[in-house]
Structures are given as C-alpha cells and as structure tokens.
Design a protein around this ligand. Structure first.
Ligand SMILES: [Zn+2]
Length: 203
C-alpha cells in the first residue's frame, strides 16, 4: 500500500512518498535578511528549483515579527506563482489574513498543514481553493475536537506526521478508524486527494 506523508520534518521511511519542499518558516523570518522577493528568489534559487512545493511558509500570531512574517510569506507566494508551484502553509490564528491573501494569489494550490480548526473553517477554506492536511492530532485522545472536524469534513484532505515521532501508517490507521472506512479505501482516497489538491487533477 502507498502512503503519502504530505509534510514531515522527519526522515521518511521506505515506501512513503513525501514531496520535497523548501521555504522560510514564519518562526525564522527574524534571521532572513532579503529585502525583496527577487533577492529571496536569487538567494534560494537552487533550493526553490529542486522543491516540488514551496513552504512551509505562512503566518503565526503566537510568534513575534508578524509584519515581517507577512512580508516574507507574501514574497514566497509571489515566488510560488512565478514558479507555478503549490504552497504548504503554516497558519496559526491568521485565517482572515490568509483568506485575503488568497484573493490576490490564486494561481497555484495551497494546503494548510497541521489543521486543527473547525469543520466550518475547513469548508470555508475549501471554497476559496485552500486544502487542508491533518496530522498526529488524529491519534491524540486529548484532541477530540480535531477528530470531530476530521469526521465531519467531507472535502479532500491530506495526512502528515510533521514533527510527530509516529509513522504515517499510525496516522492512516487513526484516520481510517475515525472515518469508518478500510485502509485501502483511505489510501485510494489520499492518492486522489493528493492529485486534486496538489496538481488540480481529478482522478
Ligand atoms: Zn508548521
């Protein structure tokens, strides 16, 4: 069976597909010295060229430098459009900002990783062409709200391990249980979702 780990900071196991990504995380914008999108592009050109996905990048209200975060995120959105690559988004308490940015940068797919919001928010994002990815919260019994969102959300989603120490198989198992479907059905669903959310392709 084919596993797709959409976003991870761990070394991926054999037989697990993880798209290569490169970006400036909102927690690290304080160390970034670039003064324009062109400078950012030139500085990281080879990393950006090798990446299938730009990111993770985004906005995090619980971290400092929010105006610099916005600047660096927007520059990466500009670069993603220029290179026609999808974006993996880190978004903490900044969904209004994300929604208004989406109105200006619409030509490549975006997926918010580590989604822990409500079903309603998930549906709002889907309507403006932003996908979501669920992580190890699905195997954490303390995260009942995320499980409820996941159970109720019927749009396309991805799965990931991010910084969790579990393997993606454990996340698949939990996801299949919550959705009440078999592992093979889930795996097919994830392959279709990946094509749809990352390549705008329907199976
Ligand atoms: Zn993140």
């Amino acid at each position: 069976m084919q596993f797709i780990d959409f976003h991870t900071h761990q070394k991926t196991a054999e037989g697990v597909i993880t798209p290569r990504s490169f970006g400036i995380h909102p927690w690290h914008v304080g160390e970034e010295t670039a003064t324009s999108p062109d400078e950012l592009y030139d500085k990281y050109h080879s990393n950006l060229r090798d990446a299938e996905i730009i990111g993770e990048c985004g906005l995090d209200k619980l971290h400092e430098n929010i105006s610099r975060q916005q600047q660096i995120f927007e520059w990466q959105l500009i670069i993603a459009e220029r290179m026609q690559k999808p974006v993996v988004v880190h978004c903490v308490r900044c969904f209004n900002e994300l929604t208004s940015l989406r109105k200006r940068y619409r030509s490549t797919p975006w997926v918010v990783h580590g989604f822990t919001g409500t079903t309603q928010l998930a549906q709002q994002l889907e309507r403006i062409g932003i996908g979501i990815s669920f992580g190890a919260a699905l195997i954490d019994s303390k995260k009942a709200k995320v499980m409820e969102t996941f159970r109720n959300y019927d749009g396309p989603f991805l799965l990931e391990t991010d910084t969790a120490e579990c393997g993606i198989e454990a996340v698949y198992h939990a996801a299949a249980t919550i959705k009440g479907i078999g592992l093979n059905e889930l795996s097919d669903m994830l392959n279709n979702n990946y094509n749809k959310l990352i390549y705008n392709k329907n199976a």
